[in-house]
Design a protein around this ligand. Structure first.
Ligand code: NI
Length: 176
């Protein structure tokens, strides 16, 4: 198992704006190492998700790792899950606005509308096709990470720049 922490690119780096390419061979050792590195990098940064473009790799790979947080105390605790070549479809039309942050945008939170429920097709790290339905916080993480594969960052998704706030203000709202 690789255990290298990689540098997380920050907003302004053009590599965050690239369109990621499909992964043809998920079981290749380089991909397996990348998955392990992404998980380690995410965990060291206390994140709940990360996408390969955030470490400068333009491949369609995201890690999703929900856990309970202050804002989502009932979020499921899950082992970090690699989603390779993910595609999601809406389940229903309901959209929900909630606060997001991003390891590539330190110190900033934004209120982002996302589909409340989605169906996702992807390959797991063994290259096996998978399909799953997700809602609430996990669905939000997946949509945020899939955005990274298209060169989008959550600040592109806010309805108004007035719904961008600093991390300090965010925590004041969490614990009034
Ligand atoms: Ni992000």
């Amino acid at each position: 198992m690789s255990d290298m922490q990689r540098e997380i690119l920050q907003l302004g780096n053009p590599k965050l704006r690239q369109i990621a390419r499909p992964i043809e061979n998920p079981t290749h050792p380089n991909i397996q190492s990348l998955i392990d590195d992404l998980i380690r990098t995410m965990e060291q940064s206390n994140g709940v998700g990360i996408a390969a473009p955030q470490v400068g790799v333009d491949l369609q790979l995201v890690i999703v790792a929900s856990r309970p947080t202050l804002r989502y105390p009932h979020a499921p605790q899950m082992a970090p899950m690699a989603m390779i070549n993910p595609r999601f479809m809406p389940i229903g039309e309901e959209k929900v606005k909630d606060w997001e942050g991003c390891l590539s945008v330190p110190g900033i939170r934004g209120l982002v509308p996302r589909l409340n429920a989605i169906s996702v097709e992807y390959q797991d790290r063994n290259g096996q096709p998978q399909q799953g339905a997700f809602q609430d916080f996990v669905a939000r993480i997946i949509q945020h990470e899939c955005d990274h594969l298209q060169g989008y960052i959550f600040v592109d998704r806010v309805e108004t720049t007035r719904e961008l706030i600093t991390e300090n203000e965010y925590h004041k709202r969490l614990v009034p």
